[in-house]
Design a protein. Structure first.
Length: 105
């Protein structure tokens, strides 16, 4: 097998484009969704309510992948619903990153 085919087989995951952030329009939609829909349980200021606080301090040290999975798939046996019908996993990751940085107004 030629060396360049072997290289492509093993290196192609490393050459893949990184996940792009949502478009500015979609970001506005996601901010609205978090403020309104997530805020209905986590508090309109995301300081907590029925659900826990989503402030940077509250999320500090929590694994990003776990938070993304919680948003995308929900938490069975709790009031946390899955949002996979409304969000891609990449969008859930963007939300987590924004929450950890201090969610935009």
């Amino acid at each position: 097998m030629p060396w360049f085919i072997v290289f492509l087989l093993y290196a192609s995951p490393l050459l893949a484009d990184p996940v792009l952030p949502p478009s500015p329009e979609r970001q506005r939609e996601l901010v609205h969704l978090v403020r309104q829909d997530c805020g209905s349980c986590h508090g309109m200021t995301l300081q907590g309510g029925l659900g826990p606080s989503l402030t940077p301090a509250a999320l500090q040290g929590k694994p990003v992948d776990s938070l993304v999975a919680t948003i995308h798939g929900g938490r069975p046996g709790t009031p946390m619903p899955p949002w996979h019908r409304f969000l891609s996993e990449a969008e859930a990751r963007w939300i987590v990153e924004q929450l950890q940085a201090g969610f935009p107004e």
